[in-house]
Structures are given as structure tokens and as C-alpha cells.
Write a protein that binds this ligand. Structure first.
Ligand SMILES: Cc1cc2nc3c(=O)[nH]c(=O)nc-3n(C[C@H](O)[C@H](O)[C@H](O)COP(=O)(O)OP(=O)(O)OC[C@H]3O[C@@H](n4cnc5c(N)ncnc54)[C@H](O)[C@@H]3O)c2cc1C
Length: 407
């Protein structure tokens, strides 16, 4: 009964397991896949997420694998005008982002979990929970049960079944646009080092290239290539064939031809779908939600994995402060409330300017926002938005921001 269940071995669940084990808790880390594995291509670790990884002693390893990002840079295909230009160093402290392969982040956390002697109970898909208010017991897809537990932490991501069961009143919105993603060898490619580079035509076309570093220190550098895709039209695009799709992209961005040449089959591309949801209270009784299970959105602001790591830190801190589990859960909800809400709101506001059908929003972005964004204090403000630091995320999560002396 003293054990804590952590459902899901993604960034949130793995970090949570490490933190709780280090502070003396007994955990069951439960994962649906037989072989835990990451899904998708690349992501940017922000100063927030990097500081949590630093706290876990994993910063140096991550730095050895990732690609440092100093600038987010996007231009309009037709005019060549810069419509997104955010530099991390417009803010204080010498902050930067670190783009990583999802698999590199996963392997770093996973290896630390294995080293800490935490078994991953794989091949177990959690479908529901009973007695959530008192002694939660988990029900698995094969009909078996696990528990009762002192606390259940749901880190099963945006499509969490426990969230669906316990928070049926909460609204989730499927976003009309997702993206095709591919990870490609960076050798001989022409791409901007140190930057996320994007090209737009209105808000309905977005093409991007993110250098994401390597999987092992000796490994080959990769880039993530992505194309914003309206989900309802994806089947039609695939039916018409890869050749037509590639020709369309090359028409927009001829310099991407070398990258497109590397794509020879749809199996190299993953279609990512996005949802937007923010739980009013990320806990029901003794079931607490962290990461995408608690709040998910489009990756436009690049905060999801970072917020997941902050959630884990905040919950670990709250559990270390009191033995009363209900107080600890309430403390976690309070600690993350404002930061999560602010960034979910910003993501909801910004996303339609970059992925959507509104020509008017794209016009405002191109004509007004790009000009305003250059006038102080906007550059600094934008830098703190992408850094995830617009509202202090650190103190309430018990995380000290790293001293950024790596320049
Ligand atoms: C294309 C794309 C690009 C992104 N770019 C960025 C970025 O630049 N920066 C950023 O910070 N974030 C980015 N994100 C968001 C980020 O990936 C997520 O916010 C992050 O992965 C959330 O971590 P998590 O651990 O909460 O959930 P997940 O990563 O979804 O992990 C959930 C885990 O739970 C397991 N699981 C699921 N269901 C069950 C079940 N029923 N039983 C047991 N186990 C289960 C899964 O197999 C998985 O291992 C991006 C997302 C996408 C899709």
C-alpha cells in the first residue's frame, strides 16, 4: 500500500521514477510497450527542461548528444521577409535551447532509470482505475489488476485513458493541423546550424528543419524535417503519392531538395496529431496527472516535454514536504497551476498564426507582429516565452536554474 504507481515511461514518467526513487519512495513504473521506446522525431529542450535534467545529473550527457539552438527563425516564402525571429540571447542569463532526438532524451532518462535499479513493468497497458479517492487500484488491458497504491501518477500522455475515465467533463480539442515528421542524416545537407528554420506561406503552409544532434556521442548528426499537414487531408496527400508531395515542397523551398531526395517512402514519415487540453485540476483523489496527460497542445512553442519535466519536479518536491498524500497532491496542483495555464494559453493564441486556415491571422503575423516583435521589450519577452521562463517556473518546482556558462 506504500508503493506509488507511475503509469507511462515517457519523459514525465521516467523523470518522476528517478526523482521519487532517489527520495526513498518505492515505485512501480508501468509501460504499455513491451520494449519502452520513444515516439516521433525531435524536440527542443528549453532552459527549464535542461535545468531539471541538470538536477537529475543528466545535463552533460544530454549536451553531448543535442544540437544547441540560439535562434528560431522563419521567413515568408513569397516575400523572403522574416516573420519569426526569436533569439534566446535577447533575454538574460545566456540561455539557449538544445534540440535533441526524442530517442536521445528517452535513452538518457531510460539508462538512468535502469542504473537506479528501477524495473520497468513493460507490456502492461493501464485502462482504468478504481477506488481513486482512497486506495487506487489499476486495471490493465489483460483484465488483471495492480495495487492498491498510496498514489497513482498518470504520465501516459495526451491520450491518457485514466484522464478520459476520471475527467470526462474536461474538454479536449483535436487540432485541425498536425505535421509529417522525418529524421534524416544531416551529412551534406544545407541547413542553418544553431537555429530552428521555418518557411511559411500564409498559415496553411509551414516547412521546418531542426538540427537534432546524435543518438550516441559517436553517432551521426541528424536533422528533423517537418511539414505542417491538415489532418483531414493527409490520406489524400498520401494517395496522390510521395512524388507530388515532394514536388510541392520543393516548389515552396527549393533548397530543401537534398532533404526531399532522402525521402523515398511514406514509412520514413510520421504523421503527428495534436490535441489541446488543460485539466482544471490535474488530480482526482489519489490519481494525479503529469505531463501531456495533464496538459497537451501543439508543439508550436516547444514546451511540452519541458513542462512534463517541471511537473515531475514539482510533484516530487510536494511529496517530500509532507507525509499527507492529499496535501502533497494539492501542493503539486498549486505549484504548477499558473505556469501551465499561462503557457497553454500562449500556445492556444500563437498556434493559429502558424498552423491554420485564416489568411487574416497570417496577414497580421506578417505585417504587424513581425514589426512589433523587433521593438523592445518584445525581443526579450519572446525569448522568455520560448525559454519557458515568462513566469518563474523554477521555485515552485524546487528546481534551480542552471548557470549558463557554456558559451
Ligand atoms: C511532433 C512533436 C514535436 C514536439 N516538439 C516539442 C518540442 O520541441 N519541445 C517540447 O518540449 N515538446 C515537444 N513536443 C511535446 C512533447 O513530445 C510532449 O509534451 C512530451 O513527450 C510529453 O511527455 P509525457 O511523458 O507526458 O508523454 P509521452 O511522451 O506521450 O509518454 C507517454 C508514455 O506513456 C505510455 N503509455 C501510453 N498509454 C499507456 C497506457 N494506457 N498504459 C501504460 N503506458 C502507456 C506511452 O507508451 C509512453 O511511453 C512535441 C510533440 C510532438 C508530437
Amino acid at each position: 500500500m506504500d508503493r506509488i504507481a507511475i503509469c507511462g515511461a515517457g519523459p514525465a514518467g521516467l523523470a518522476m521514477a528517478l526523482m521519487l526513487t532517489r527520495s526513498g519512495h518505492q515505485v512501480d513504473l508501468i509501460e504499455r510497450f513491451d520494449e519502452p521506446a520513444p515516439v516521433g522525431s525531435g524536440l527542443i529542450l528549453q532552459p527549464t527542461g535542461l535545468s531539471v535534467l541538470d538536477m537529475l545529473g543528466l545535463y552533460d550527457r544530454m549536451m553531448a548528444l543535442g544540437h544547441r539552438i540560439d535562434r528560431l527563425w522563419g521567413t515568408d516564402i513569397r516575400t523572403g521577409r522574416a516573420v519569426l525571429d526569436v533569439r534566446y540571447d535577447s533575454g538574460p542569463h545566456g540561455r539557449f535551447g538544445l534540440a535533441v532526438q526524442r530517442a536521445a532524451l528517452f535513452a538518457t532518462l531510460h539508462d538512468a532509470v535502469v542504473q537506479a535499479g528501477i524495473p520497468i513493468l513493460s507490456g502492461r497497458s493501464v485502462v482504468s482505475v478504481r477506488d481513486a479517492a482512497t486506495r487506487p487500484v489499476l486495471k490493465l488491458a489483460d483484465g488483471s489488476e495492480m495495487g492498491p497504491y498510496r498514489l497513482v501518477i498518470d504520465a501516459t500522455g495526451a491520450r491518457s485513458q485514466l484522464m478520459t475515465q476520471l475527467c470526462s467533463h474536461e474538454r479536449s480539442r483535436e487540432l485541425a493541423y498536425g505535421a509529417f515528421w522525418a529524421t534524416l542524416d544531416a551529412a551534406a545537407m544545407d541547413y542553418a546550424h544553431g537555429a530552428l528554420e521555418q518557411r511559411y506561406d500564409k498559415a496553411s503552409v509551414m516547412i521546418g528543419v531542426l538540427p537534432v544532434g546524435r543518438l550516441t556521442p559517436e553517432g551521426r548528426d541528424k536533422i528533423a524535417f517537418f511539414w505542417s499537414q491538415k489532418i483531414g487531408e493527409a490520406d489524400g496527400v498520401m494517395t496522390r503519392g510521395l512524388g507530388e508531395w515532394k514536388a510541392r515542397i520543393a516548389g515552396y523551398w527549393p533548397q530543401s531538395a537534398a532533404m526531399l531526395d532522402k525521402l523515398t517512402g511514406w514509412e520514413q514519415l510520421t504523421l503527428a496529431r495534436y490535441q489541446h487540453r488543460t485539466l482544471q485540476t490535474p488530480a482526482v483523489g489519489r490519481v494525479v496527472f503529469i505531463g501531456d496527460a495533464a496538459h497537451c497542445t501543439s508543439p508550436q512553442l516547444g514546451q511540452g516535454a519541458n513542462m512534463a519535466l517541471l511537473d515531475a519536479a514539482a510533484l516530487a518536491l510536494s511529496l517530500s514536504r509532507t507525509r499527507d498524500i492529499d496535501d502533497a497532491v494539492a501542493g503539486y496542483c498549486r505549484a504548477r497551476r499558473h505556469h501551465v495555464r499561462l503557457f497553454q494559453l500562449l500556445s492556444r493564441m500563437f498556434t493559429p498564426f502558424y498552423q491554420g486556415d485564416s489568411a487574416a491571422l497570417a496577414f497580421i503575423r506578417d505585417q504587424v507582429v513581425s514589426t512589433l516583435a523587433k521593438i523592445p521589450p518584445a525581443p526579450r519577452l519572446l525569448a522568455s516565452i520560448v525559454s519557458g521562463t515568462l513566469l518563474d517556473p523554477f521555485s515552485s518546482s524546487g528546481v534551480s536554474e542552471r548557470r549558463w556558462i557554456d558559451r
